[in-house]
Design a protein around this ligand. Structure first.
Ligand SMILES: [Zn+2]
Ligand SMILES: [Zn+2]
Length: 109
């Protein structure tokens, strides 16, 4: 099961966050499979999928955190309205200008 591999990897790197690209690379699993696995993992309280800086590639991306009891401290903020972006589904990348809410980005255009 890919979930198990992801879970094991995140437990071994507790407190670190990884984007789907890095997870896919590190675990040698396809990007889509990682995406599906993390989507299932985030149903569990010990896992959190969020916006943030990847511990591996240092880019601001959707990251997966697997650290039981450790709150995610750095929520990515929208560069348009400055509010935190709580749901990964709401996050969009602006060309050269960071990240924003999907709705904010649409209104800004
Ligand atoms: Zn990464
Ligand atoms: Zn916004």
């Amino acid at each position: 099961m890919i979930e198990d591999a992801v879970e094991k990897f995140l437990s071994a790197h507790a407190g670190q966050r990884f984007c789907h690209t890095c997870l896919s690379r590190r675990l040698d699993v396809g990007y889509d499979d990682i995406l599906a696995a993390t989507r299932r993992l985030q149903q569990r309280p010990a896992f959190k999928v969020d916006g943030g800086r990847c511990s591996s590639c240092r880019r601001i991306r959707i990251v997966v955190v697997g650290a039981p009891g450790e709150p995610v401290t750095s929520i990515v903020r929208c560069s348009i309205c400055k509010a935190g972006i709580a749901r990964p589904a709401d996050l969009v990348f602006l060309p050269g200008a960071g990240v924003a809410h999907r709705n904010c980005a649409r209104e800004g255009l």
